[in-house]
Design a binder for this molecule. Structure first.
Ligand code: ASP
Length: 451
C-alpha cells in the first residue's frame, strides 16, 4: 500500500506542528511520500512564510534599484526581512533538536535575490527549506521539486514530462520528501503553481506512484456541509464525489486547490482530507463514485454574493433561430464570463459577476439592442447564488418543493431556481441581504431536522 501525504502550512507552522505531522507519518508505513507546504500562520496575527518571501523579494528589488546613499531607502531592508524568515526556520530546527544548519542555503538565497532570480523563485524557498527540514526530521530522502516537476516555456504545467520523470525517480526511492508548490521551466528557472499549489504537487505525486490514497492534511476535519461562518458547527461531509466537489468548490467552498482534483481523478485515486490537530477524525473522502448512501439528501451547500442579472424579453424569441447565440456573443465581445443562464419561453436571464459587468454595462445593453431588438430589458444587481449539491437528490422526490417552502418560511424571496440536468445541483438566486438567512434555512431543512 502506498500513501502520498501532503501537509499544509498551518500543519507545519512550528516545531510542535512538525511533531504532530511526524507522528502521523510514522504511524503508518504506507505514508511513503511526503509533500510539505511552507510554514503557515502560528496564530491569527502571524504571517505565512510565503507572504514574507514575496515581500522580502519586493524589497530586495527596491533596494537594488535605489541609489546606495538615497535617504528614501526603507528602514526595513531586505537583509532584515530575510533574517526574520531564517529565524522562523531556525526556531523549527531548534524545537525539533536537529543539527541541520540552513546558513549555506540562506547564503545562496541572498545571492539569488540580488541576481533577481524571480518572484516565483523567492516564493518557492518556503517549501524548499521546509522540505529540507522535514527530510532530515524523518530520515527520508529529499528530492528537489525542480528536478521532477516541470513547466513548459509558456509556464504551463507539463504533465507528461513530469509524470515520466517523477514516476521513474520514485520507483527507485522508497521514502521521500518532495516540496510542494513549485517546479522548473526548460531553462531551469523556478516556476510556482498558483497560491495553495502544494495540493497540486501532492496530487501529481500520487498519480506518479499510483498511490492507493492521497492524504491531504490540513487544519479542518474535512469539508463541511455549509460555511462555518454562517452555520455554527456544521456537520462534516464523510464521502463526496469529485463531481459534487467541483460544484461546491466552484461556488466558494475552499479546502483543496481546484486543480488538485484532475491528476488523481483520472486515475481513480481517492483523496482523504484530514486534520493534523485531530488525527483520529476520519475527515472527508473524495472519490470518483460511491454506492454509499449520503447521510442527508444533500451533500453540501455553498454560495457566492455579488452577481448581476440581465433579463432579455422578446415575444416568440424561442422560434427565432440563433437568438441565444446573438445575446451571448454580446457578452463574449465584451469579455464578460457568464455564470448562469436560466430561461423561460420568451425570456432569458444571464447572471454575471457584478464587478466584471458594472463598467461595461451600457455597452452590453446597447449590444443586446443591436443584436436582437428585445421588447424589454431588465437589470438587477446585488444578487447571490446558492448551490445545493448532492448525489442523493436524484433519488429523492420533492427536493425543490422543500427548498421553496424552507425559504418562504424564512421570508426569503427566491429570484431564480435552476436545477442542473444531472440532478446533482440546484442553484437558487436570492438577494445579497437574504444570503445568510437562505443558507441557514436550507441547512435546517436538509440537515438539522434530519438528525
Ligand atoms: N505556500 C504556498 C501558499 O501559501 C503554497 C501552499 O501552501 O500550498 O500559497
Amino acid at each position: 500500500m502506498i500513501k502520498v501525504v501532503k501537509f499544509g502550512g498551518s500543519s507545519l507552522a512550528s516545531a510542535e506542528q512538525f511533531q504532530k505531522a511526524g507522528s502521523i507519518i510514522r504511524k503508518d508505513k504506507a505514508r511513503r511520500y511526503v509533500i510539505p507546504s511552507a510554514p503557515g500562520k502560528r496564530d491569527a496575527n502571524d504571517t505565512k512564510v510565503t507572504d514574507m518571501l514575496y515581500s522580502c523579494y519586493r524589497q530586495a528589488i527596491l533596494d537594488e534599484d535605489m541609489d546606495e546613499d538615497s535617504d528614501e531607502k526603507d528602514s526595513v531592508n531586505f537583509e532584515e526581512m530575510l533574517k526574520k524568515i531564517q529565524n522562523r526556520f531556525d526556531l523549527i530546527i531548534a524545537g525539533l533538536k536537529l543539527s541541520l544548519s540552513l546558513e549555506k542555503e540562506f547564503k545562496i538565497i541572498r545571492e539569488n535575490f540580488s541576481k533577481k532570480a524571480g518572484r516565483d523563485y523567492a516564493a518557492s524557498r518556503g517549501e524548499y527549506l521546509n522540505g529540507r527540514i522535514m527530510a532530515e526530521y524523518l530520515g527520508y530522502e529529499f528530492i528537489d521539486a525542480a528536478e521532477v516537476i516541470f513547466f513548459d516555456e509558456e509556464g504551463n504545467f507539463d504533465a507528461q514530462k513530469t509524470d515520466a520523470v517523477l514516476s521513474e525517480r520514485l520507483m527507485h526511492t522508497s521514502r521521500a520528501v518532495i516540496p510542494g508548490f513549485y517546479g522548473s521551466m526548460p531553462d531551469g528557472k523556478i516556476r510556482t503553481f498558483s497560491r495553495g499549489g502544494s495540493d497540486i504537487t501532492g496530487s501529481i505525486t500520487a498519480k506518479a506512484v499510483q498511490a492507493d490514497l492521497y492524504e491531504n492534511w490540513t487544519d479542518v476535519s474535512g469539508f463541511l456541509v455549509a460555511d462555518p461562518r454562517i452555520i455554527k458547527n456544521p456537520k462534516a461531509i464523510d464521502v463526496i464525489t469529485y463531481r459534487e466537489l467541483r460544484e461546491l468548490s466552484y461556488m466558494g467552498a475552499t479546502v483543496l486547490h481546484e486543480d488538485a482534483i484532475f491528476p488523481v481523478r483520472k486515475e481513480g485515486i481517492p483523496i482523504n482530507i484530514r486534520n493534523t490537530n485531530a488525527p483520529e477524525d476520519k475527515g472527508t473522502l473524495i472519490v470518483e463514485a460511491t454506492c454509499q448512501k449520503p447521510r442527508f439528501t444533500i451533500t453540501g451547500i455553498a454560495g457566492k454574493k455579488d452577481f448581476a442579472s440581465i433579463t432579455v424579453e422578446k415575444a416568440m424569441m424561442n422560434s427565432e433561430v440563433g437568438f441565444c447565440k446573438r445575446v451571448l456573443e454580446v457578452f463574449e465581445n465584451n469579455d464578460i464570463s457568464i455564470e448562469h443562464m436560466p430561461s423561460g419561453i420568451d425570456t432569458m436571464t444571464i447572471f454575471v459577476h457584478q464587478d466584471e459587468f458594472e463598467e461595461k454595462e451600457q455597452k452590453v445593453i446597447a449590444g443586446i439592442h443591436r443584436a436582437v431588438s428585445p421588447d424589454f430589458l431588465e437589470l438587477e444587481s446585488d444578487l447571490a447564488l446558492i448551490a445545493v449539491v448532492g448525489r442523493g437528490m436524484k433519488a429523492t422526490r420533492g427536493t425543490s418543493g422543500r427548498i421553496f417552502s424552507a425559504l418562504a418560511h424564512a421570508n426569503v424571496n427566491v429570484k431564480m431556481i435552476d436545477q442542473g440536468s444531472s440532478e446533482l445541483n440546484i442553484i437558487i438566486g436570492v438577494r445579497n441581504h437574504d444570503f445568510e438567512a437562505a443558507v441557514k434555512a436550507l441547512y435546517d431543512i436538509f440537515v438539522t431536522t434530519q438528525i
